[in-house]
Structure formats: structure tokens, C-alpha cells
Design a protein around this ligand. Structure first.
Ligand code: FES
Length: 121
């Protein structure tokens, strides 16, 4: 009986083991209160269901220095950053970006500069 993993090819040395890596800010100053924890949970569940454990990894992230624009979600290797993601956006994000490879335009982070973009109160 096979566990499915043994049949996968061995990657080149240093090659990333996942096709895509998603980070969701859940531990900073603002994203947790803006729904980051719920977005992470939903993203993790749908990514596992629609992409499997091998292709996509969804991780919690600490503050991504974009406080006030969250919840922030990043997708690598594309280096695409999403802002203001809500739980209701997750199915579209998973289907369009993680399954089909097309970033979701309406959720892209916009108007930011290189480095930290923290909203001060
Ligand atoms: S709290 Fe999410 S970017 Fe800082």
C-alpha cells in the first residue's frame, strides 16, 4: 500500500517543496481584529481541499508591516500581496490564484510604497 508521497519525484537540491506558499497575517497589531485569523483558517481548509497538501502550503504570519490594510495575504513565488481580504473572498482567491494561477485583481494591495506601509492613528 502506498502513502502517495513515496511516488513523488525527488526535487533538486534547494528546490522549494511547494508550488505556492501563502502567508496570512494573524499576529500583528491590526490584522487579527480585521479577520486575519478567520481568513487563515478558511484559506488553509480550502487550499487543502482544492489543491492538496503537496502543491500549496498556507502558513500563519506575524506582522507583515502593512498594519491597517489587512488582513494581508501574500502568495509566493509570485510575490503577490492582497489587502483587506475577507472570509467571503477566500473561495475566489483559492480558485483563481491557487488553482488557476491568476491573481485576483480586485484584492491586490494598491497605493503602497516599498517597505512598511503602516496606517498610523
Ligand atoms: S498586523 Fe497585519 S501587517 Fe501588521
Amino acid at each position: 500500500m502506498s502513502d502517495g508521497v513515496a511516488q513523488l519525484p525527488v526535487l533538486d537540491e534547494g528546490a522549494g517543496p511547494f508550488e505556492r506558499h501563502v502567508f496570512v497575517c494573524v499576529a500583528g497589531k491590526t490584522c487579527p481584529d480585521q479577520g486575519g485569523i478567520e481568513v487563515h483558517a478558511q484559506l488553509k481548509a480550502l487550499a487543502k481541499e482544492w489543491c492538496g497538501k503537496v502543491r500549496v502550503r498556507v502558513n500563519k504570519a506575524g506582522c507583515l508591516a502593512q498594519c491597517g490594510h489587512g488582513p494581508i495575504v501574500t502568495v509566493y513565488p509570485e510575490n503577490v500581496w492582497y489587502a483587506g481580504v475577507e472570509v467571503g473572498d477566500v473561495p475566489e482567491l483559492v480558485e483563481r490564484h491557487l488553482v488557476e494561477g491568476r491573481p485576483v485583481e480586485r484584492l491586490l494591495m494598491r497605493g503602497h510604497r516599498p517597505g512598511p506601509n503602516v496606517v498610523r492613528d
